[in-house]
Design a protein around this ligand. Structure first.
Ligand code: 3Y8
Ligand code: NAP
Length: 251
C-alpha cells in the first residue's frame, strides 16, 4: 500500500510534521481551513477551505486516495476533529491526532479556570479593567456583554467588520510570539488581566510566561471535549505510527 497522508493543519506541530514528511519523501497533502489571509507556506501540496462536513471529508478521502489522516489541528478546533473521527470511520481510513499537552499552572501563576468562552465572559462581569483578549477574532462577539473594559485585542488579520467592543486597541500580529515581546506589550498597555485558551504548545505560550513575570492573573479557558482517537505527541511518533503499516515494496 502506497501511503498518501492528509494533514489537517493550522498549528506549529502541523508545520513541523509537514517538514518531516517532506524530508522523508512521503506523499502528503496539507490542509488549511482558510481562516486567515496569509497562512504559512508549507513544504507539501496544500489545499485551503472546508471539506463540506463529514461527508465532504469522506468524499475527499476517497477521491484523493488518502490512506492516513493526521489531525494536527488546534485543540480548540473541535468540529474539525469530530469530523475527522467520523469521516475516517466512514471510510475505514487510519487516523491519528498530533496533539500537545495542556499548559499546567506553575508556581507564581494566578489562573482562573473557566470551561469555555461563556465562562470567560462571566468572569469579566465586574469593574472596568485593562483586559488582554488573546483568543483571536472568531469569538469577539461573545464579549459584547462586557463593554466596560479597555480591551487589547490581538488578531491575525485586521477585522473586516466592526468589533463589538467600544474601548479597544487592536494589534494585528501572527504568532509564534516571544516572552519579551508579550511582556513589553502587557506593560505598555497596563494590562490587569489576560484571557487565554489552554492551547498548549509553544506558539501561544509567551503571554502565559509574561503574565507570570508581571503577576497578572489569567482567565484560562479549558479545551472543548474531543472524541477518542489515537494520539501522538511528536512528528517522529507519526513516522513510527506509519512504519506499522505495510508499504508497497513491490514484493
Ligand atoms: C489559519 C495559519 C505555524 C502555526 C502557528 C499554535 C501557534 C501561532 C498562537 C495569541 C494567541 C489564537 C489564533 C493562535 C496561535 C500558532 C499557529 C497559533 C492564537 C494561524 C493560521 C491560522 C490560524 C487560525 C487562527 C484562529 C484563531 C487562532 C489566532 C498558519 C496563524 C488566538 C488561538 O482571524 C481568524 O479568524 C483567526 C482564527 C482560528 C482563533 C480564533 O478564534 O480567532 N488561530 N492561526 C489556519 C487555517 O486556515 O486552517 O498556520 O499559518 C496558525 C497559528 N496560530 O505553523 O507556525 O500552534 O497554536 N492562533 C489560541 O491559541 O488562542 C493567538 O494572540 O496570544
Ligand atoms: P473548527 O471550528 O473545528 O472547524 C470548523 C470548520 O472549519 C470545520 O468543520 C471544517 O469545515 C473547517 N476546517 C477546520 N480546520 C480545517 C483544516 N485544517 N482544513 C480544512 N478545513 C478545516 O476549526 P477552527 O477552530 O475554526 O480552526 C480552523 C483552523 O485554524 C484549523 O486549521 C486550526 O488548526 C487552526 N487554528 C485554530 C485555533 C483555534 O483557536 N480554534 C488556533 C490556532 C489554529 P468543513 O466542515 O466544511 O469541512
Amino acid at each position: 500500500m502506497t501511503h498518501h497522508l492528509l494533514i489537517l493543519g493550522g498549528t506549529t506541530e502541523a508545520t513541523a510534521l509537514a517538514h518531516v514528511l517532506h524530508d522523508a519523501e512521503i506523499q502528503a497533502t496539507f490542509s488549511y481551513a482558510g481562516r486567515v489571509a496569509r497562512p504559512k507556506r508549507q513544504p507539501l501540496p496544500t489545499r485551503i477551505g472546508g471539506f463540506g462536513g463529514v461527508d465532504g471529508l469522506a468524499d475527499y478521502i476517497r477521491e484523493n486516495g488518502i490512506t492516513h489522516v493526521v489531525d494536527a489541528t488546534h485543540p480548540f478546533a473541535a468540529q474539525m476533529s469530530m469530523n475527522a473521527v467520523a469521516a475516517c470511520a466512514q471510510t475505514d481510513t487510519y487516523l491519528a491526532a498530533l496533539t500537545r499537552p495542556k499548559w499546567q499552572a506553575q508556581v507564581g501563576d494566578e489562573w482562573r479556570h473557566v470551561p469555555d468562552i461563556a465562562g470567560a465572559v462571566a468572569a469579566l462581569d465586574g469593574h472596568t479593567q485593562n483586559v488582554m483578549l488573546a483568543i483571536g477574532r472568531m469569538h469577539l462577539d461573545a464579549f459584547a456583554p462586557c463593554p466596560q473594559h479597555q480591551y487589547l485585542l490581538r488578531l491575525v488579520d485586521a477585522p473586516d467588520g466592526d468589533v463589538p467592543l467600544p474601548n479597544r486597541h487592536i494589534i494585528v500580529d501572527q504568532g509564534p510570539f516571544s516572552v519579551e515581546g508579550d511582556t513589553a506589550l502587557m506593560r505598555d498597555h497596563s494590562i490587569e488581566i489576560v484571557v487565554a485558551k489552554n492551547a498548549g504548545g509553544t506558539g501561544a505560550r509567551a503571554k502565559i510566561d509574561a503574565a507570570r513575570h508581571l503577576d497578572i492573573p489569567i482567565i484560562m479557558i479549558d479545551r472543548p471535549a474531543i472524541p477518542d482517537r489515537p494520539e501522538v505527541g511528536k512528528p517522529q511518533d507519526v513516522m513510527d505510527w506509519l512504519s506499522h503499516f505495510s508499504t508497497d515494496r513491490g514484493v
